[in-house]
Design a protein around this ligand. Structure first.
Ligand SMILES: Nc1ncnc2c1ncn2[C@@H]1O[C@H](COP(=O)(O)OP(=O)(O)OP(=O)(O)O)[C@@H](O)[C@H]1O
Length: 223
């Protein structure tokens, strides 16, 4: 089977000259379609950096990243933007919700960006809001929500367009253990139904227990 994402000999350095730090030293990773993958590693080990590279938000210093056998390093800036819009759903640590939009409008915005036809928005918004249990918060703005509710809204926005890949940076960090368990169960249902591939970072041992494919980043390499 062709891997969905293949990371080959990837190095990512920051800084210049004497101040160079090599965050990722030689990363090789192959991710099959419709899997739930976790990246673990201590703070600063490069998990977010690797997610950003796989989502074409950043470029490697050396090495290549292939998406369905296509080298994303060869994309123009416009192609990279199009790739992110159409193929990737992001759940950022900072949530990235739009403050002036309600929960519903934030999810609709995600659908618009992904190019989903307007006549599908209503049903999709309703479905994901129910899945993340934000029915009573649909008309509320992010500042009126708790951290966990904002995180659930960010999850709903990412899954609504059913992208090929969801890249999720600590998607359960703000959630209590019961809600976190429900979110991961939902992620597993999505991948088992062959709807998406989810690559997430987490520190939480209880969450890691639930995930079949776990990779550890240590000293810039995958253990
Ligand atoms: N734009 C940047 N410029 C310089 N250094 C950076 C930049 N982005 C990240 N780094 C450094 O790269 C290292 C890895 O950061 P990264 O955010 O990928 O770690 P992480 O494993 O996701 O950490 P955490 O679990 O704390 O979120 C850190 O030492 C960080 O300071």
């Amino acid at each position: 089977m062709v891997p969905l994402i293949k990371v080959e000999n990837v190095v990512r350095e920051y800084g210049k000259g004497e101040n160079v730090i090599q965050v990722l030293k030689d990363i090789n990773l192959s991710i099959e379609p419709n899997t739930l993958v976790a990246l673990k590693g201590r703070s600063g080990s490069g998990k977010t950096t690797l997610l950003n590279l796989m989502g074409a938000l950043d470029c490697p210093t050396k090495g290549d990243i292939f998406f369905e056998n296509c080298n994303i390093g060869n994309f123009s800036e416009m192609e990279r933007t199009e790739f992110r819009r159409k193929k990737i759903g992001f759940i950022f640590q900072s949530f990235g919700l739009i403050p002036l939009m309600t929960v519903e409008e934030n999810i609709e915005f995600g659908l618009r960006v992904a190019g989903i036809p307007r006549d599908e928005w209503g049903e999709r918004v309703k479905e994901v809001i129910e899945h993340v249990r934000l029915m009573k918060r649909a008309k509320h703005h992010p500042f009126e929500l708790s951290g966990g509710e904002q995180q659930r809204c960010a999850i709903a926005r990412a899954i609504a367009p059913a992208p090929s890949v969801i890249l999720a940076d600590e998607p359960t960090a703000e959630l209590d253990s019961k809600t976190a368990f429900q979110m991961i169960t939902r992620f597993k249902q999505l991948v088992e139904a062959k709807k998406t591939t989810i690559i997430m970072t987490t520190h939480d041992p209880a969450i890691l227990e639930m995930i079949e494919h776990v990779y550890e980043l240590e000293d810039g390499k995958i253990e």
